[in-house]
Design a protein around this ligand. Structure first.
Ligand SMILES: Nc1nc2c(ncn2[C@@H]2O[C@H](COP(=O)(O)OP(=O)(O)O)[C@@H](O)[C@H]2O)c(=O)[nH]1
Ligand SMILES: [Mg+2]
Length: 195
């Protein structure tokens, strides 16, 4: 994938805020602090288009980045915050549901920290992606924090927990391992050619 243009388009809360075109969207989901903003910046080779390490729980917006005027990368807010009221949690879940149900999603990318076993929230998001039939890619972040031996062990454990054999890829902002492969999969999804 050659990145010819990267444009921040808008931050949305509700359907009427979303871009009106029908370009395919690649959506990125993950627990707060999983490294989602860092990941998006890193694969785009930009410093801070997706903002890293804002106070968890503060930003609850859906951010749309248009790539090559062909498709969107969409950063939805991280889930699983501590210290959030039930009321806030419900509002947040509604916002995500509304987005996922009303958009043209070519690929759902679920980010998981390679050092952690997926929790209830992760499983909920993963099962949602599967239920609605999205093409799904799992990215295991912060791979530089483990030795290759530990990496293999965690991969196995996470696969068992999610009960999948499908696309699961490790990534690190330090090494940028698998960056080309990830773009290849995004490209395929955009071309409606994902397997
Ligand atoms: N070592 C290492 N740290 C990372 C990596 N990705 C993210 N981080 C760190 O993890 C923290 C959370 O990252 P952030 O992108 O803000 O997570 P978000 O809440 O999911 O958007 C920050 O301190 C990042 O620098 C990675 O691949 N390797
Ligand atoms: Mg973030």
């Amino acid at each position: 994938m050659i990145l010819r243009s990267i444009e921040f388009i808008t931050s949305a809360v509700k359907v009427t805020d979303y871009p009106e075109d029908k370009l395919p969207q690649i959506v990125f989901a993950g627990r707060s602090n999983v490294g989602k903003s860092s990941f998006i910046n890193s694969i785009l080779n930009v410093k801070n288009i997706a903002r890293v390490s804002q106070t968890p729980g503060k930003t609850r917006l859906i951010n749309f980045f248009m790539i090559n005027k062909e498709f969107y990368l969409v950063d939805i807010p991280g889930y699983g915050y501590a210290n959030v009221s039930k009321q806030e949690l419900i509002k947040f879940a509604e916002m995500i549901d509304e987005y996922l149900a009303n958009s043209h999603i070519a690929l759902g990318v679920l980010l998981l920290d390679i050092r952690r076993i997926p929790n209830e929230d992760d499983l909920l998001m993963y099962n949602y992606f599967k239920q609605v039939g999205f093409n799904t890619l799992i990215v295991l972040t912060k791979a530089d924090k483990l030795s290759s031996n530990q990496k293999q062990k965690q991969l196995k454990l996470i696969k068992e927990k999610l009960q999948i054999g499908e696309h699961m890829i490790t990534y690190s902002t330090q090494t940028k391992e698998n960056r080309d492969k990830i773009w290849e999969l995004i490209q395929k999804a955009v071309e409606n050619n994902y397997e």
